[in-house]
Design a protein around this ligand. Structure first.
Ligand code: EPZ
Length: 438
């Protein structure tokens, strides 16, 4: 299993380019299942989850051509399998995004029920309740969700109120409703930019979705959808991670190919902390740290509030800020796994249920640490960049799931970071820059 070796202390300087958003690419790839025509997606991140989603589509019978690394041409005209197996779903929960499109287009689907993960139990009850409201029959069989559309073969539009804001739940129901009979109205829907991006693709495919980005989304079902071409939005979480990387190392980064307006809450909070962030233009930010950082309270919440996917990176930054910051994680019930690893590096963090108290500034010391999930691993990389001495980050397969070649991007702006891979003889060997995502 790959590891990162980081020698901390280098202020990052230079330009970094942001990749496409994993959390938009995944639902957009699933949306290709809604039509027999070809869907072309550009600006896909070269990350492990995209490879897993591609494998799922191919296992279902779709063809996926890759004219170039970040472009996929997906054609689902010969889908003959309607099942997302446990083997795949256990590696990537977002496989459940196949449920809506398969049920809507083929009237049947079988998807392994995703179990819990490091950050929480993460049930999909709201997805399933929504499909039932659209007239589907849902059964749980041997760890699988087995879904059937009504006799007529088509789902039936209706009004659905989500008890809780759910991102993939909203996306699954929008895709299902796009081929349903009549109109569906989703209340308390997720407003994330990734939801808007999916709806832009669906409307290009001939769907009738209105209100994306608001709490109320209306979908007028159509008989069939066509092909389309679409460019995935930049990754706002990767953008936020690099802003923190500039600040925590006392460096200066130009961050290009991003969309500042998608992470306004992150920019506002980091500016409040004392990071200098300048919007150079609509796709470029400059971030630097000139003066000591201040500690600030933080509450995570659904968009447009501060994203839970930036909480771990923010915690790493707060270890270097003056005073006590109280972080409240309100979206997931167990998303402080990184705290104990940061403590191993010397951070002063106290946990109390959904709250973490971080006292700073504290000099960090390099240490071997263990990544537990995607964003936790990003926070450990950030801590390693400022720590004194060497850090070894184990299980970096987590970070490969959602960041494209992060060590190569960091090295290009001055970080001392290497990817190490255990050889068959058990020795650790350096992996050349561009062969990540094995
Ligand atoms: C999406 O996950 C993202 N993943 C997550 O990013 C992100 O953390 C999360 O939204 C919140 O922003 C993708 O888009 C692929 P939710 P999702 O349904 O849709 C509860 C990353 O790091 N809930 O919005 O699975 C749930 O347990 C990943 O890139 C139910 O109770 O999250 C959680 O507490 C991690 N029942 C809350 O709602 C349901 O049926 C929000 O979850 C669905 C959700």
């Amino acid at each position: 299993m790959d590891k990162f070796l980081i020698r901390g202390g280098n202020p990052l300087k230079g330009t970094v380019s942001i990749s496409g958003a994993k959390n938009s690419a995944l639902p957009c790839m699933a949306a290709a299942l809604l039509t027999p025509e070809t869907v072309i997606l550009h600006n896909l991140p070269y990350a492990r989850d995209i490879i897993t989603q591609r494998r799922l589509l191919e296992d279902l019978g779709a063809t996926v051509l890759t004219p170039e690394l970040r472009t996929h041409k997906i054609n689902a005209s010969h889908v003959e399998v309607f099942e997302a197996p446990y083997e795949l779903v256990k590696t990537m929960r977002a496989s459940v995004l196949a449920l809506g499109p398969l049920l809507a287009r083929f009237g049947k689907a079988k998807v392994s029920l995703p179990g819990g993960c490091a950050i929480g139990t993460r049930p999909i009850d709201l997805h399933l309740a929504g499909f039932e409201k659209l007239g589907a029959e849902i059964r749980l069989e041997a760890g699988n969700v087995v879904a059937r559309a009504p006799q007529s073969g088509r789902l039936i539009g209706t009004e659905i109120r989500f008890e809780k804001v759910t991102v993939t739940g909203t996306e699954n129901l929008i895709m299902a409703a796009s081929l349903a009979k009549g109109k569906t109205i989703l209340h308390n829907a997720a407003r994330e930019p990734e939801v808007i991006d999916l709806c832009e693709l669906l409307n290009r495919m001939g769907a009738r979705v209105r209100g994306a980005g608001t709490e109320t989304i209306e979908i007028e079902g159509v008989q069939a959808l066509g092909g389309a071409e679409h460019t995935i939005i930049p990754d706002r979480i990767e953008t936020g991670t690099f802003i923190v990387a500039a600040a925590i190392t006392g460096g200066e980064l130009e961050i290009k190919d991003c969309r500042p307006e998608h992470l306004q809450s992150v920019i506002d909070k980091l500016t409040e902390v004392g990071v200098e962030i300048e919007e150079v233009n609509s796709s470029t930010l400059a971030a630097r740290k000139r003066k000591p950082l201040r500690s600030c309270e933080l509450n995570t919440a659904p968009y447009p509030e501060f994203p839970t996917d930036m909480q771990a990176q923010y915690m790493a930054l707060m270890t270097q800020s003056e005073g006590r910051s109280v972080i409240a994680e309100t979206v997931f019930e167990n998303r402080f796994m990184h705290a104990s690893e940061l403590q191993r590096m010397g951070a002063r963090i106290t946990l109390d249920g959904h709250h973490a108290m971080v006292d700073g500034p504290t000099p960090l010391a390099g240490a071997p640490v263990l990544a537990s999930d995607l964003r936790a691993s990003a926070s450990l990389v950030l801590a390693g960049l400022v720590a004194d001495g060497e850090s070894i980050i184990h299980r970096v397969y987590h970070i490969d799931r959602g960041y494209e070649r992060i060590e190569a991007k960091l090295r290009a702006v001055g970080a001392d970071i290497e990817r190490l891979r255990e050889s068959v003889t058990g020795t650790l060997e350096q992996v050349p820059g561009d062969v990540a995502v094995a």
